[in-house]
Structure formats: structure tokens, C-alpha cells
Design a protein. Structure first.
Length: 149
């Protein structure tokens, strides 16, 4: 009877990263892989020879993160495009001017802001209206006009 073992592959490489008896462990150095999507394929075989396969997609991001403002994925554009490109790495010192995303303010923020301003104007205008039950109290009554006679 064969001992249980595992073969691990990266992407479509026919040569396994490891081919060992189980249980085992693996240290995967992602610096040896290009940035972008990858697949870890684990093929395990039990003592009876039955094989199981597990495929795990993952993304490698060893290089800096890239921010492009002025072009959205899948958009249709014509003419000249004004793009702003920046890249960030975990090793970079923090710079607040670069940390701010240079993109336009979303429409929902403008709509919410206008709603808040409109509500504030409505509320302020209603503050000077005297509620009906208090209109004839000494606090809110208009003084009588002096008579000239």
C-alpha cells in the first residue's frame, strides 16, 4: 500500500513545486512570481490511490499598488484623456499629499450634501415661526401701537 502524498503546482507549470508524503508544509516565496492572478493546485493521493484536487486562486502584489485616475475599467472614451498615475509601496514613507486619491467627488456625496444644506435652510426658516398655541402669550404678542390723539 502506498503512503499518502501530495503534489503542488503553481498555475499551469507541469513540474510540481513539491511532491512529498503527507503531512507536509510548504513555504511559497511569492517574490518568485509575477504580480497578478495565480492558481495553487494541490493534488493529494490517499493510501488507496484515490486522488483529490483542490485549486486555490490568489493574487500576488509584491510591487507597488498603482492608482490611475481619469479612466475607469470598461469605459468608452474618445479624444485626449487626462490621466493621473501614482504608485504606492508599503516601503514608501507616508506622504499625505500622495495618499489623497485624485478622483472626482462621487455624485452621491454631492446629492447628500445638497440635501443636508436644504434641510438646514428649511429648519432655520421654521425657527422664527411661532407655534399657534403660543401666538397669544405675552412672550410672543406684538406690542400695541401707540395711539396719537
Amino acid at each position: 500500500m502506498a503512503k499518502p502524498h501530495v503534489r503542488i503546482y503553481i498555475d499551469d507549470n507541469p513540474k510540481p513545486v513539491i511532491d512529498r508524503e503527507l503531512p507536509t508544509s510548504l513555504t511559497l516565496d511569492t517574490r518568485q512570481l509575477s504580480d497578478g492572478p495565480h492558481r495553487l493546485i494541490v493534488c493529494a493521493e490517499d493510501q488507496g490511490g484515490a486522488e483529490g484536487i483542490e485549486e486555490i486562486p490568489f493574487v500576488v502584489q509584491n510591487g507597488p499598488g498603482i492608482l490611475v485616475s481619469g479612466l475607469r475599467p470598461g469605459s468608452t472614451r474618445r479624444g485626449e484623456l487626462q490621466l493621473h498615475v501614482d504608485a504606492f509601496s508599503t516601503d514608501d514613507p507616508f506622504d499625505p499629499r500622495r495618499a489623497e486619491a485624485r478622483s472626482s467627488i462621487p455624485v452621491w456625496v454631492w446629492v447628500l450634501s445638497l440635501f443636508v444644506v436644504a434641510w438646514a435652510v428649511f429648519y432655520a426658516a421654521r425657527m422664527w415661526e411661532v407655534p399657534a398655541p403660543y401666538a397669544n402669550t405675552p412672550t410672543y404678542m406684538q406690542p400695541a401701537a401707540p395711539s396719537h390723539g
